[in-house]
Design a protein around this ligand. Structure first.
Ligand code: A2P
Length: 278
């Protein structure tokens, strides 16, 4: 199975179009196994964050797999406290320590909370020093990006956002595309506890293509060139979620999925997060 499709970022670095997400994947056996199974199944990208509390287990899963560190695209994120306090460098070193590695492939600001533009300057510094191959942001709406781009010397290469068929975010993804900022979809399956996988249109498409609802949604992301990081701690699902490179949704079916948009968030609205972290 060919699983090595990538998206080329603004600085020429390629990121796998699919990665394993580990938000809500508990530290310990669950995350260690999920990471190991994913790497064995052909994933070459793992997306974690300090606040997920599982960086040690991600590192352990990588070590237990037989895949070389250099062949893995490893991402972590700076939490709000560290953004606000201007502790980007310290937070970065702490993440490296927990992950047992000496560089990151990408490092992202987790939310555009107070202090994020100052924090970006520290991200630029880490990037210039070659400690991290790609820097980016998460959860930025257009005004947050506008404010950042007005001050940045290095433009973010990624914006990781909540993105799924109930929250398609067309204006934001177009804005990013025009500026060569790649979009990465979190909660692509509608998140833990969501009901997107029970959606009737998605279910019908699953029957049509003889695929699971999760595979239909992952494929939709791949065809619109959005990086996707589905989370699972179950081996069969982890394997199923990357088995999406041997079928293609028609243009009409892509549009049918786009039309499911209802601007429904399963996670916090970035503006509410900014308010909370004032
Ligand atoms: P689990 O980890 O128990 O497999 P998202 O990526 O949108 O955050 O969604 C993840 C949720 O979807 C998790 O609750 C995960 O549960 C579940 N999930 C992941 N892959 C599949 C799949 N192929 N089929 C059904 N549920 C899935």
């Amino acid at each position: 199975m060919k699983t090595d499709r990538t998206v080329k970022l603004k600085n020429g670095i390629e990121i796998p179009i699919i990665g394993l997400g580990v938000f809500k994947s508990p530290q310990g056996e669950d995350t260690i196994n999920a990471v190991k199974w994913a790497l064995e199944a052909g994933y070459r990208s793992i997306d974690t964050a300090m606040i997920y509390g599982n960086e040690e287990s991600v590192g352990e899963g990588i070590r237990l797999s037989k895949v070389n560190r250099e062949d893995i695209f490893l991402c972590s994120k700076v939490w709000n406290t560290d953004i606000r306090e201007g502790r980007v460098r310290e937070a970065f070193e702490e993440s490296l320590e927990r992950l047992q590695t000496d560089y990151l492939d990408s490092y992202l600001l987790h939310w555009p909370v107070a202090g994020y533009i100052g924090a970006w300057k520290q991200m630029e510094q880490l990037y210039r020093e070659g400690r991290v191959r790609v820097i980016g942001v998460c959860n930025c709406k257009i005004p947050h990006l506008e404010a950042l781009l007005a001050q940045a010397e290095i433009s973010p290469m990624i914006n990781q956002i909540e993105n799924h068929p109930y929250l398609v975010q067309k204006p934001l993804t177009s804005y990013c595309r025009e500026r060569q900022i790649a979009c990465e979809a979190w909660s692509p399956l509608g998140g833990t506890g969501g009901n997107l996988l029970e959606d009737l249109t998605i279910q019908e498409l699953g029957k049509k293509y003889h695929r699971s609802p999760a595979q239909i949604i992952i494929r939709w992301n791949i065809q619109r060139n959005v990086i996707v990081i589905p989370k699972s701690i179950h081996k069969a699902r982890i394997e199923q979620n990357i088995d999406v490179f041997d079928f293609e949704l028609t243009a009409e079916d892509m549009e049918q999925i786009d039309a499911l948009d209802r601007e429904l968030r399963v996670g916090p609205d970035p503006d509410a997060m900014i308010e909370k972290w004032k």
